[in-house]
Design a protein around this ligand. Structure first.
Ligand code: ADP
Ligand code: MG
Length: 370
């Protein structure tokens, strides 16, 4: 078996968070049967916490002795890492804490990060995810700040409004289905032709899908610029992370180039990762560190046939060529819901149904990748 561990990074110490509640509730088994034997055999050390409640991972991240660890890994969906990121953000040494790389071992229903790193065929395989962590280097990844009311939350996967938020948050009762709950719920919403009204404002960088594709291919042909650092190389900076476009309470300045529209939409979704779950490549041109958010817009008047076509095409990312679908690269966007209640999801977690603004911050976090 020696060759399996050939490129394993030696001497690493991991913080591992297992969420027994994630997905279909298999995370603990995945740890015992698959992940733990690999961590042990690789000679790595770790300490483990089973999360016992919502925000537990956030509390741990807030207090974590970051110099003791080389990475924080979760066995769950994306929600646990979302909490870790937001826990780091509340520390006085937030920027430093964010230099600690993250690792995702799939054990939830979402698993956007592991699919986006490992691809459709391997994204659900815990053993592949563990090996990628053990051999992985820190790849810098952008983080989105989301301002809403008086709060600022950080999001590393997606910010969704309309259908995709409804599917994400309104299908909790189907948790036993695993990832299939998203497909089932999406089908129902498309057939019911549910829409959500809002004012949508965005700062476009590229709106031509062909050009976005070409830029994506060019970028992917470049070698990764890794961000690994030893603890000694981490400098103690305590810089503020400032939103260039001022957050939700700033007025939308014409000089910045905001485009503003008001309509009914099937869904409006910003994302930093291509996959949102198994079989859903909703943002196929998302790049980990281009400093931009990929914005996907399905209009309200799409119709059942085009809606179903787009849903099926999203298994491979082809839906962005559907003539009714818009796919843009933006610097920031703002959604102001027209109704008073509904769902807004940040990385699969609930957030109030209130206006929010999203802005990408380049390379603020890193994930372990091979
Ligand atoms: P999934 O992909 O299945 O949604 P997540 O990793 O997103 O999995 O986690 C879902 C939620 O579970 C998160 O909001 C997290 O805070 C919460 N959570 C963590 N530990 C527990 C627990 N022991 N009981 C209930 N909820 C928990
Ligand atoms: Mg989740």
């Amino acid at each position: 078996l020696g060759h399996v561990y050939k490129d394993v990074k030696q001497g690493r110490h991991y913080k591992i968070l297992v969420n027994p509640f994630g997905g279909q509730g298999h995370a603990q088994k995945i740890w015992q049967n698959t992940a733990e034997p690999l961590f042990k055999a690789s000679g790595s050390t770790y300490d483990l916490t089973l999360t016992t409640h919502r925000y537990h991972a956030k509390e741990i991240a807030k207090e974590l002795d970051i110099r003791k660890y080389d990475a924080v890994c979760s066995i769950s969906g994306d929600g646990v890492l979302h909490e870790v990121i937001n826990g780091f953000m509340e520390r006085p040494d937030a920027i430093l804490a964010h230099k600690l790389p993250l690792g995702a071992i799939p054990g939830g229903s979402g698993n956007a990060l592991s699919f986006s790193l490992l691809g459709e065929d391997h994204g659900n395989h815990a053993s592949n995810a563990v090996l990628a962590i053990l051999k992985g280097r820190a790849m810098p990844v952008d983080l989105c700040s989301v301002t809403q009311g008086q709060t600022r939350t950080f999001s590393f996967v997606l910010q969704s409004f309309g259908l995709i938020a409804d599917v994400d948050l309104g299908s909790e009762h189907l948790r036993w289905m695993g990832g299939a709950r998203f497909t089932m719920a999406a089908l129902g919403k498309v057939l019911a032709q549910t829409t959500a009204g809002c004012e949508l404002a965005y700062l476009p960088v590229e709106t031509d899908v062909q050009k976005i594709h070409a830029q994506y291919n060019a970028q992917r042909a470049q070698p990764v610029v890794w961000a690994d650092q030893t603890h000694d190389e981490m400098d103690e900076d305590h810089k503020e992370i400032t939103d260039v476009y001022g957050g939700i309470h700033a007025s939308l300045k014409d000089s910045d180039g905001w485009v503003i529209e008001k309509d009914q939409y099937a869904t409006v979704v910003g994302a930093k990762l291509p996959w949102i779950s198994k079989g859903s490549v909703t943002h196929p041109a998302a790049l980990p560190n281009d400093g931009l958010v990929d914005l996907l817009i399905f209009p309200g008047d799409m119709g059942r046939a085009a809606g179903l076509q787009a849903l099926i095409a999203s298994e491979t990312g082809e839906h962005i060529h559907n003539e009714k679908v818009r796919y843009l690269k933006v610097k920031a966007f703002r959604v102001t819901p027209a109704a008073s209640s509904g769902y807004i999801s940040l990385d699969g977690e609930h957030t109030p149904y209130e206006p929010y603004q999203v802005e990408a911050h380049r390379g603020l976090i890193s994930v372990l990748s091979v």
